[in-house]
Design a binder for this molecule. Structure first.
Ligand code: HEC
Length: 140
């Protein structure tokens, strides 16, 4: 093969890989978000952790697998409804960025502190993004 043909084949291959990974990432991101929400571990198997309780249960354990919430927890607090309609009904409506803030810092859409029963999650940037996207797009 002529060297220039080699270069073209290489470029075509690199392009195909770039397209494939761009197409694959939204779904693997959602799969990661689902794993975090439902199992408490990300797709790499890393358990999610929070302060002040590092061994906090899964999101689903408190908010139900479908995110509907309504679970009465110790301290007299009831878990929030995380389904999309509930998140956009409140004023100001949640956005993906506000969700990430609530999950990681416990500050809600209005800038108020959530009850301490809601853990303050310590997640990697990717895991925080992915679980927020899962909540935002998949819980109906
Ligand atoms: C130990 C129980 C528990 C676990 C585990 C838990 N939550 Fe919560 N969460 C709550 C409670 C209780 C509230 C409501 C707090 C309040 O009313 O101040 C809440 C509130 C929220 C809110 C704010 C909703 C709103 O209407 O302002 C979001 C977002 C949220 N949780 C997401 C998550 C995600 C994502 C996970 C998993 C990474 C998770 N929660 C795990 C108990 C929990």
């Amino acid at each position: 093969m002529h060297p220039r043909q080699h270069a073209l084949v290489f470029l075509a291959g690199a392009f195909a890989i770039a397209v494939a990974s761009a197409l694959a990432s939204p779904s693997s991101s959602l799969a990661n978000g689902r794993a975090i929400f439902q199992t408490g571990r990300d797709l790499a198997g890393t358990p999610i952790s929070a302060v002040p309780r590092p061994m906090a249960p899964t999101c689903a354990a408190c908010h139900r697998a479908n995110g509907a919430g309504g679970v009465h927890l110790p301290g007299g607090v009831v878990s929030a409804d995380l389904r999309h309609a509930a998140l956009v009904k409140v004023r100001p409506a949640y956005t993906p960025a506000l969700l990430e803030r609530a999950i990681s810092t416990g500050i809600d859409n209005q800038g108020q502190k959530l009850h301490p029963m809601m853990p303050r999650w310590r997640l990697s940037k990717t895991d925080l993004h992915d679980v927020a996207q899962y909540v935002w797009t998949q819980l109906k």
